[in-house]
Design a protein. Sequence first.
Length: 182
Amino acid sequence: MAAERYDGVQKSLHWLIALLIFCAFGLIWYINSLPLSPLKFKLYSYHKWIGISVLILFTARLIWRVRHGTPGALPGQPAWQAKAADGAHHLLYLLMATVPLLGWAMSSAKGFPVVLFGVLPLPDFVPKSEVLGEVLEQAHEIVAYTMLVLIGLHVAAALKHHFIDRDTTLKRMLPCKHNTQE
Ligand code: HEM
Ligand code: HEM
């Protein structure tokens, strides 16, 4: 289903999820620099809560997208470019779900179940196993950095549209209202 522009819900979810993902990276890098301490364990929990929040918001975003559609390509945009953007967006959606799911699975396998916001215990959906925990840790890290690279390309493409092509690709994702046909 095609919509004319990104609506307020799509924009809010896009920017909120982006912010949370950047926080998840920033926090884990900070955690890695800390010696073992109660603070380090507390911050691991925050990293997990941020990640699970991304998963929840991702689900809401996916449902909204299926029901309300997206604006699609700008008029005059080359077909290859529209296809590439579509492919990259689908891949970003896939990674937005896979990264937190792998983190959750890793925590379960390592025997550190997630208690969301310190109050809601989440079920373990993989068995407790040291070997599986190590494999999932590697997978979580590799897939997370793959997502970071794709986000880098995504941001570069958005900035190229804005500053070089001077079209409305970025503007139609920004909070204020803009004419998408510009
Ligand atoms: C958008 C969501 C997430 C992102 C972007 C993310 C990113 C990362 C990255 C990049 C690392 C590796 C850091 C490094 O060593 O260089 C990491 C480690 C970790 N993540 Fe996540 N993560 C997310 C969600 C989650 C979730 C949902 C959980 C658990 C419920 C989780 C649990 C962990 C744990 C426990 C580690 C440390 C692993 C270890 O060193 O033993 N993450 N995360
Ligand atoms: C964690 C970071 C980010 C993720 C995971 C992400 C993901 C996505 C996804 C999946 C879409 C497609 C939306 C849809 O069609 O349903 C999208 C659109 C868009 N994003 Fe991001 N994004 C991130 C950060 C950013 C940043 C920092 C910028 C700005 C520099 C940006 C600019 C845009 C723009 C302009 C669009 C609309 C593209 C179009 O209309 O063709 N994104 N983003």
